[in-house]
Design a protein around this ligand. Structure first.
Ligand SMILES: [Zn+2]
Length: 146
């Protein structure tokens, strides 16, 4: 049985309490150890993320201060409404397999985490969505509470 590390606990601060309960239960039943790499995200962090890989005019279109534009960097987010991200309100977490490798995209590991999250959510009667089920761009580390 795994348990949440310091980094996960830090990143759960400010996150919706029901979602925190799901994560705390999921780590107990997961066959794959994991770390919460992001929870509640400030408006500034949303802007920084959105600015990566985008021009000033693309930022302005979405209400993002153009000072965050970093057109030469790699894009990290594809959200259509960056400031309305569920992370901004603490209703989402990003979870990676442990040990962490941000380039890890082994679907088996993420599916194992998702299975534990779904089971935990069902036990607790909390409704969650997994980014791995999204139709357009899958977001494997992303879980949000409805
Ligand atoms: Zn996310």
């Amino acid at each position: 049985m795994y348990k949440l590390g310091k980094r996960s606990l830090n990143n759960l601060q400010g996150v919706n309490p029901n979602l925190v309960k799901v994560v705390e239960r999921a780590i107990q039943i997961s066959t794959q150890d994991f770390t919460v790499v992001e929870g509640k995200r400030s408006k500034e962090q949303c802007s920084i993320n959105y600015g990566k890989g985008r021009t000033a005019s693309e930022c302005i279109k979405k209400g993002i201060d153009p000072k965050y534009a970093r057109p030469n960097e790699k894009k990290v987010t594809w959200v259509s409404t960056p400031l309305a991200s569920k992370h901004a309100t603490g209703r989402a977490v990003d979870i990676y397999p442990y040990p962490i490798n941000m380039k890890d995209s082994d679907p088996k590991k993420f599916e194992a985490i998702a299975a534990a999250m779904k089971q935990a959510a069902a036990e607790l009667g909390v409704k969650i969505n997994w980014g791995g089920n999204w139709q357009k761009t899958k977001d494997l580390p992303h879980f949000e509470v409805l």
